[in-house]
Design a protein around this ligand. Structure first.
Ligand code: SAM
Length: 190
């Protein structure tokens, strides 16, 4: 069934996590005994489903602003009978407000907005919790001197700014991994 989701994503050009990245994320959840995850950027629910399948104790709250993708995610979560583990929220993560306490925040939404997502949602992180961010290499374009359009250059600059923001943030210890499309793990220091 997961292959069907991967196929759907390919067909409709929906960016879901790459295999190496999703394997890293699910192994991380298992190793660190993560129970409550907040995901920004559901798409069709692929990564939320993979995370929930790690263990029945894993609960995922996930936010998506695109209605078609959100509806697709609803269908997929039901197909996997994971409705009691995955809470799907339709809305723009920068506009809505949620509550709760999370062991892990997974940021995988609009890449230019990562600092905003980080600042808005890390108050919901438990002490010694983690923030994982995907696509920090952005298909190899970050730190490359490849020619690109103005919009793409701006996006790549925003991702570089986010990387600097993480490096300079003394409240978190961040490790960068050259896995999938580039992943960071930021551990809350206190
Ligand atoms: N995590 C998903 C997976 O691996 O299966 C992929 C998520 S995809 C890379 C990013 C998603 O974030 C898109 O579906 C996009 O519509 C959504 N998104 C972007 N900005 C958002 C925002 N401000 N609030 C909510 N969703 C957002």
């Amino acid at each position: 069934m997961l292959e069907e989701l991967e196929q759907y994503a390919k067909e409709y050009k929906i960016p879901i996590m790459q295999k190496d990245g999703i394997d890293f994320l699910t192994a991380f959840i298992e190793e660190h005994n993560i129970k409550n995850v907040l995901e920004i950027g559901t798409a069709i629910g692929y990564s939320a489903i993979k995370m929930a399948l790690v263990s029945k104790d894993v609960k995922v709250t996930t936010i998506e602003r695109d209605e078609t993708r959100y509806n697709e995610a609803l269908k997929n979560v039901s197909k996997f009978a994971l409705d009691n583990q995955i809470n799907l929220i339709f809305g723009d993560a920068l506009d809505i407000n949620i509550t709760g306490e999370y062991d892990l925040i997974f940021i995988d939404a609009a890449k230019a907005q990562s600092i905003k997502f980080f600042n808005k949602y890390t108050p919901l992180l438990r002490s010694k919790g983690y923030v994982i961010t995907d696509n920090l290499s952005f298909h190899g374009l970050v730190n490359s001197d490849q020619e690109m359009s103005r919009n793409l250059r701006q996006l790549v600059r925003k991702i570089s700014e986010y990387i600097d923001f993480l490096k300079n943030n003394n409240d978190y210890k961040t490790t960068f991994y050259d896995i999938g499309d580039g992943i960071s793990v930021s551990e809350k220091v206190d």
